[in-house]
Every structure is written in C-alpha cells, then in structure tokens.
Design a protein around this ligand. Sequence first.
Ligand code: SF4
Length: 101
Amino acid sequence: MSSFVCQRCGACCRWPGSVLLEKADIAAAAAALGMPEGAFIETHAVLARNRAQLTLKEAPGGACEFLDAEGRCRIYAARPRQCRDFPHGWKVDGCPGFSLH
Ligand code: SF4
C-alpha cells in the first residue's frame, strides 16, 4: 500500500504537462494577481493540446511559470483545482511524496 505526504519539493510543478484551467481557476488567479481575467488569460494561459481548454503557460524547460526560484508557487492560495487535487489525476512517477508501506 502506498501513502502520499507532500515533501514540498516542487517537482510536480516542474514536470512538463498541462495545468488545465477552469473558469473559477482563472477568476481566482487573476484576482490574486490583481489583474482582469482577460489580461490574465493573455499573459498566463495558452490553448491546451485538447484545443478545448486553456492551460497555464510553461516557463522554458517545462516548469510552471508560477514556480518561483525557491520552489514555491507564486499563486499558492489561488492555485488551479488541478494543483489543489494533486496527486489525484496526475502521473506521479518520480514524486518523492509516495512511500510504500
Ligand atoms: S500553479 Fe502553482 S501549484 Fe500549480 S503547477 Fe504552477 S507552481 Fe505548481
């Protein structure tokens, strides 16, 4: 049996892949950054590979652009639902938060 305890390493925020945005995610993140939703979308979102949703932009190398130099999320209190749900629904290979018991 495995259990999960977040090690706060930020590894999941460095993995390439989509952080899909729901409408409420955009509203919350835009408010946290003090910007209109349209400006948030223009600045921080791109069309996802499924061409049906928006996803957060990635920094060069594939990390999330909201991951700061210390490995912390710059919008942690307003992070998207996909991030709040981690590890549910994520591919977690290499995550040090899982231990086998
Ligand atoms: S929004 Fe925050 S928690 Fe979500 S991937 Fe980006 S840095 Fe990580």
